[in-house]
Ligand binder design. Sequence first.
Ligand code: SAH
Length: 253
Amino acid sequence: MRRGKQPPIPVFIIALCCAGLITCASNSTKKQHKKTEIHMTDPPRQNDEAQKLARELKRKGISDERVLTAIGNIPRHSFIDEQLSAYAYQDRPLPIESGQTISQPFTVAWQTELLQLKPGEKVLEIGTGSGYQAAVLCEMEAEVYSIERYYNLYQTAKETLNKLGYYPNLFFGDGFEGLPEHAPFDKILITAAPEKIPEKLLQQLRVGGWMVVPLGGRTGQKMTVIRRISDNEFKESEHGDFIFVPMQKGTSE
Ligand code: SAH
């Protein structure tokens, strides 16, 4: 499924073990939503598996039915290498190209639940990665913007999402800069871990909006929600411990 040279299976198995340790995330009103035909052409087995995964996340504490419906609709196997498809519907992160990971489904669901997205809200995701989290945001009927710092991931995510009928606004660039030309955003979701709150992103939040960000160093982060109360006033709350890949400055071609 993925382009580029495919490492031999043992490399994948090692990478898989590493991804178990690093939970990267272990998340235009021009039709961004999934076309219904996709469900009909998808083999029923995969849809059943996605729905089974959604039920597992519900048991683990995800309560937002819209988030669970989104997870149950998305063919997660489409976002990973074919060699890993046997693991696609397990609640675990998996390796993707460039040493990054597709987030653990629970983490994706948890971050999305914290966003409390309403249809039509404008959301900025930092760290497109595989594109899976962006698909969840599209399923939630948000107006989605997403930035990725690796060109190959940006390109592959775009192809995967478009093939499935999702059309978020994708950008290759440094997420620390945000997208000032498209600001303000109702919500900002960061799916890699910055050590400190990215100041420029805070400024791109509308007053009344909020950011969900795993905040901290390489050994672990606190899932943090930062609400913009007024131009200069922000309020923080913490929502559990996670381990994400680091948010890195600059881009990589
Ligand atoms: N949301 C992704 C998870 C990706 S892992 C998914 O659903 O698959 C985190 C991603 O953040 C990686 O792809 C990494 O390359 C990206 N990233 C890290 N620092 C970044 C930055 N400064 N700007 C944009 N993307 C960044």
